[in-house]
Design a protein around this ligand. Structure first.
Ligand code: KG4
Ligand code: ZN
Length: 354
């Protein structure tokens, strides 16, 4: 069975084909038109998706070495995301499904990230047989969930303010870095000292308050943002320039150590043996390394997607559609799914099979 996945929730236009459970193609175009704006401009994102979506979908079909008529199912992100951006991919996908007379499967973008660590290029996506603790960290979301083999999940923690990716992007912007700053902080931190400055780690055992928050699964990164701003205001520009890698490494350590502590604690306290990390921030090299050591220490199995499946991509959309079908979902010839902007509007705690 060939599934075409379409993803346009933010600033990546992507299409992928999964055939027989394998990734046959995954074409991703990252928008450059937002450079200089300090973030994604929704109107520009929608227009860019509109300009590229047909060519990207065609490229994914061609690269998979099939024709459009050999597509059996069409799937697309229905949310959460920038509503105009989601609408472009969702309308295109439903229109294509209607024209080809194929069933359409709407996919929740965050749920697709949750299962992205199990995309295996050479084999069918295969989540573990028991429950796992999933950390999903992107530009828009930071959440911890316990996921069951039937694809149902319980959210046990989430950010109370900024997402982890946002913490990277906004503190990076203060350092004068372009959007998205996460990859650049990652790169700078390689030559920096992560212990150069102690930035706050909210709601953890390291929080600078009288309370020890160990066991709390929620996140907060707004204090880090304020702390970086104050730190930069207190130091002359030349000092900041000379110590850019050290400051970047210290910010990165503050974010990463919170993510690792909470994820490993959540698994250990529930006696769950598998952990996964997904979403754009899971491309971060310090997070990958630190999470791996912490999991090894606790005897936990760690699942992280290949870097190309960490950031937004359509392979994860087609993969989740395939997983739903393998769990008994009956795909429908319905083309009236409406886009949604927020995770809360759609998250049921159970991946929707219908
Ligand atoms: O999942 P994603 O591509 O889009 C959303 O759904 O938000 O995540 C994008 C986020 C951005 O905040 C970006 O800065 C961050 O992922 N990111 C990274 C790295 N690569 C991407 N953050 C830290 N280190 C990286 N290497
Ligand atoms: Zn995403």
């Amino acid at each position: 069975m060939n599934i075409l996945g379409i993803e346009t929730s933010c600033d990546e236009t992507s299409a992928a084909v999964i055939g027989g459970g394998r990734v046959l193609s995954n074409v991703v175009s990252s928008q450059r038109c937002h450079t200089g704006f300090g973030g994604v401009v929704p109107e520009l994102a929608s227009r860019e998706h509109e300009r590229l979506i047909v060519a990207i979908a065609d490229a994914a079909v061609t690269e998979a070495n099939i024709t459009k008529n050999e597509l059996d199912i069409i799937a697309a992100t229905a949310g959460p995301g920038l509503i105009g951006a989601v609408m472009v991919g969702l309308s295109f996908a439903q229109g294509l499904a209607y024209a080809l007379d194929r069933p359409f499967v709407p996919v929740n973008h965050v749920e697709a990230h949750i299962f992205s660590p199990f995309i295996d290029e050479g084999a069918e996506a295969n989540p573990p047989e028991g429950p796992f603790v999933s950390l999903t960290v992107s530009g828009g979301h930071t959440l911890l969930a316990v996921v069951q083999p039937d694809l149902s999940y319980e959210i046990i923690g989430r950010t109370l303010d900024d997402a982890a990716g946002e913490a990277f992007d906004k503190t990076g912007k203060m350092l004068g870095l372009d959007y998205p700053a996460g990859p650049e902080i990652d790169r700078l931190a390689f030559s920096g000292d992560p212990f150069f400055h102690e930035f706050p780690r909210a709601l953890t055992s390291h929080s600078q308050t009288s309370r020890n928050y160990r066991g709390n699964a929620d996140f907060s990164f707004s204090g880090l943002k304020t702390s970086v701003l104050t730190y930069l205001q207190k130091h002359p520009a030349s000092f900041v320039e000379n110590h850019l890698p050290d400051i970047a490494a210290s910010i990165q350590r503050a974010i990463v150590s919170v993510l690792v502590e909470k994820t490993v604690d959540a698994a250990a306290s529930r006696k769950i043996r598998s952990v996964s990390v997904a979403g754009g921030v899971s491309a971060n090299s310090a997070l990958r390394k630190t999470m791996k050591s912490a999991c090894d220490e606790q005897g936990l199995t760690l699942h992280i997607p290949a870097a190309r499946y960490s950031t937004d991509n359509a392979a994860m959309i087609a993969t989740l559609a395939g997983l739903k079908l393998s769990r008994g979902m009956k795909p429908e010839h319905r083309y009236d799914t409406s886009p949604y902007a927020s995770f809360e509007a759609a998250a049921s705690g159970k991946v929707r099979l219908k």
